[in-house]
Design a protein around this ligand. Sequence first.
Ligand code: BGC
Length: 752
Amino acid sequence: MDINKTLSELTLTEKAALVSGKNNWYTAKIDRLGIHPLMMTDGPSGLRKVEPGKGISDINDSVPAVCFPAASLTANSFNRDLFFQLGALIGEEARSERVSLVLGPGVNMKRTPAGGRNFEYLSEDPLLTGVLGAEYVKGVQSQNVGVAVKHFAANNRENQRFTVSSDVSERTLRELYLRAFEIIVKTANPDTLMISYNKINGTLNTQNYHLITDVLRDEWGYQGATMSDWGGVADHTAAIRAGLDLEMPGKGQPSTDEIVLAVKTGKLDEGALDNAIRRLLTIIDRRQPDANPEPYDQSKHHEAARKMADESIVLLRNTHNELPLDLAKGTTAIIGQLADKPRFQGGGSSHVNPVHLVTPLDAANQLSDHVIYQPGYDLDQLDTEPTLEAAALEAAKQADHVVVFLGYPESWESEGFDKTSLQLPDNQSELLSDLTDVNDHITVVLETGAPVEMPWVHDVNAIVETYLAGEAVGEATWDILTGAVNPSGHLAETFPVLLSDTPMSMTFDQDPNHEIYSEGIFMGYRFYNSHEMRVLYPFGYGLSYTAFEYTHLQTEIDDEKVQVTFNVTNTGERTGQAVPQLYVANHATHRPVPATELRNFAKVALKAGETKTVTFTLTRRDFSWYRTGKHMWEADSGDYELMIGASSRDTRLQQRITLTFENEPHEISENTYLNEIISDPTLMALFMKDVVTPFSDHGSTTEQQLFTVDQNGKVAILQNPLFTNMPLRALVAQGLPNQLIQTFIRHANNRE
Ligand code: BGC
């Protein structure tokens, strides 16, 4: 399509129709110019193609599609290739269903485990989220299908999500809540971004010029289009002015009329409308669906969904080598209705109508004749059902091993509302407690979209977190339990001991209009590690049936780049996969910084006895923090600790390095503190020359004595924190002539 020519032929009414979605899943079509409608569907972990005429809430009525594991599980893979493949398979399904845009991935930060939509998001860490999210985008787009990276930005709670303001500092936004989007935009070139419902610091995101135009387009160089989340536009004219290209799903004729009137009355510059049209036409043209698409191989995709769950399920506990289980030996009791009616996906817009669900009970029955099953509890109730529990206890008494399936009921975890507790339902907790009285060989399998409090953690031998594992949940769960697959998932989020340990527990969801991000940059492991707090399971943690050793850490500093190399060896007897993680501790800066931050990671497959070398390269950005006042990233010269860990709390190798960074000099003013001058050798030399020497040379008043250099080369005033904690202007009150300070400021601001 010749975009500019088509644009010049569009009438104002047609332009207005194009920027307003036709309905839930289509953009408008304009036959006379050959502009086809673009079909889009959810969602991040499988296709939810709703046939025309069906509403947004007909969630169970979508065309069957392979239900891949939810992002809360796949993120634990720490595997870039897996995310590319996930995107490519969903893209292939979309292409075969003639869908042009997949509404995903969801890359918001898991700010608190109470976030209602966390199962759809990847992690509490922006680097992990951004890197894996970018691979997903590349995968989908490799199939000539576009994406909508969502939800931009700081959309971290579900309650009052259409109106609440995320009140967050610029530094926190840049370092945490915008970071994953920035990585994806800069490395994967996504077709579209979905602008979230919420406000940031009082401005609705869909009307936020700074967010959509200044930061996303002008600063990051984003070339794609933007669309609103469903129903997220309050003032369409203001939204287009801010840089929003498409209102979804569009309000029909009123939307079109509003835009036409806005242009005619001068409220909206037609140039802004044209920019939106240009970006939309580019995507519409690029993502035309195939006329006769090929069907995809459902069983191949199901098998891939199983492998993705295999790579991501996390073995949290395994005492007395309870796992892996040999189902041929002795009897295994499978307890818990979730074995028969599993939680394998989240609720709301990401809901998929699966092609072939295999439950854990089905899979177990296929593997062995020595398993017995009892539901133990009723998922639709919270109270214990005595007959169900008694039968479960009876089965457990007879068994050699007990595998108990526990988790949150479906109605507790969905889009649209947040959680208020991380406790299991009472009937499940009671059942577990009674089971531990009758059998010592208990394995707990958790099917949850988010962390769980585990007051019972020491009462069971093994714990396996399968999150929401997709339609192959049954096969994947037993792959791990039996050791057919060696677990290699590592937690992409912290499991706190209690929900009340989270830094925002007292304020989250409390104010209907404001969510105050008072914890700032200290979110997730950045909080727990900085405070050396006890957690249930730390970020990055996961067990294996084999063991890994880390050796030979070497670093090479080249200009502002650091190359980090080390070896990983599989010292056990089984093939397995290690997940080495590189954390950096910043000892160079005087600013508040988290104790450690993840700066790279890898997934390394190793046969028993095998060693591989891993190399990570760190750049200036990996050592930087965001200076709010100057709106720029800054890296301080000084010492940094590099740590190679098997989790954020399990450092295996570490090395301290010293780095030198060039920074743009700061503006010096009367409000600059003496401390800042002392910490910069160039400024300090200038201060000595312009202020200290001339002043102390001219007499011996008490004030001048404060500035005299003693025989050790020390200046009294610079040794006293009372004075060093003063701005230059306050020194005038100490008798320092203002004129000397002004000369210093002038020279300081003209320095190289
Ligand atoms: C959700 C989006 C989703 C859209 C379409 C909205 O409610 O927030 O993530 O893509 O609905 O289903």
